[in-house]
Write a protein that binds this ligand. Structure first.
Ligand SMILES: [Zn+2]
Length: 228
């Protein structure tokens, strides 16, 4: 059927443009049909068809080709990983044990404050402490109480919010003051520097300069994951 037929071609003159379009659609159709045609065979077929009848301007795509194409698009779509990142997240791995809460507490150790301005989180020694939101590092320092600590300032919906990460492993902070950090970025490793009885992250949040309960604030401000 696709054999060249000498004498067929010279019978009619046909314009190049429709033939080229037809050639392309024939090649595509044969590919989709699962029997790829060589360009040579398709050219011969085009020559015959164009010589015997006016080149069709439209080509009906076989249903099998549409099905294959749809399957291919679906496969491509499914391979795209849909990720969503919350603008606010926990400063340690979610689900880490939560210890002393915010507010009044007894003397837990010599030198420990009785009014707890933050919350103690226990993700384990060396675990990453992560920026709870995008922000600018305002301090990478150490003192007797907090030990090694990092402070970050955030603009959250136009409000100035500051977060503090204390008792880090000295020297573990990979950030410097003035540096912009993204939510989830590791800003140090959880340790037990400063005045502490156990390895943990002492975490504080201030909103407009006033301390708030970090657990309450995180639970209130972390949006639900829309992809779940
Ligand atoms: Zn604490």
């Amino acid at each position: 059927m696709l054999q060249p037929r000498p004498g067929a071609s010279p019978r009619a003159h046909f314009s190049r443009k429709p033939a080229t379009a037809l050639l392309a659609s024939l090649l595509a159709a044969s590919f989709w049909a699962g029997h790829p045609m060589t360009a040579e065979a398709a050219e011969v077929a085009v020559g015959i068809e164009a010589a015997e009848a006016p080149a069709p301007q439209t080509y009906e795509v076989p249903i099998t080709a549409i099905a294959a194409s749809t399957a291919m698009l679906a496969a491509e779509r499914d391979s795209v990983e849909i990720t969503w990142r919350s603008p606010i997240q926990w400063p340690v791995a979610e689900g880490s044990p939560i210890g002393n809460g915010f507010g009044y507490r007894g003397n837990v150790c010599a030198g420990c404050s009785t009014y707890h301005l933050g919350v103690d989180l226990f993700p384990g020694y060396g675990a990453p402490a992560m920026a709870m939101a995008d922000g600018v590092v305002t301090a990478v320092s150490s003192n007797g109480g907090w030990g090694s600590y990092v402070a970050i300032e955030h603009d959250i919906n136009g409000q100035r919010v500051n977060s503090l990460y204390a008792h880090l492993i000295p020297g573990s902070a990979p950030v410097v003051p003035g540096q912009f950090v993204e939510v989830g970025q590791t800003i140090g490793q959880v340790g037990n520097s400063g005045t502490t009885t156990a390895t943990h992250l002492h975490f504080e949040i201030t909103v407009g300069g006033g301390h708030v309960d970090p657990i309450w604030w995180l639970r209130t401000n972390i949006p639900a994951d829309p992809t779940l």
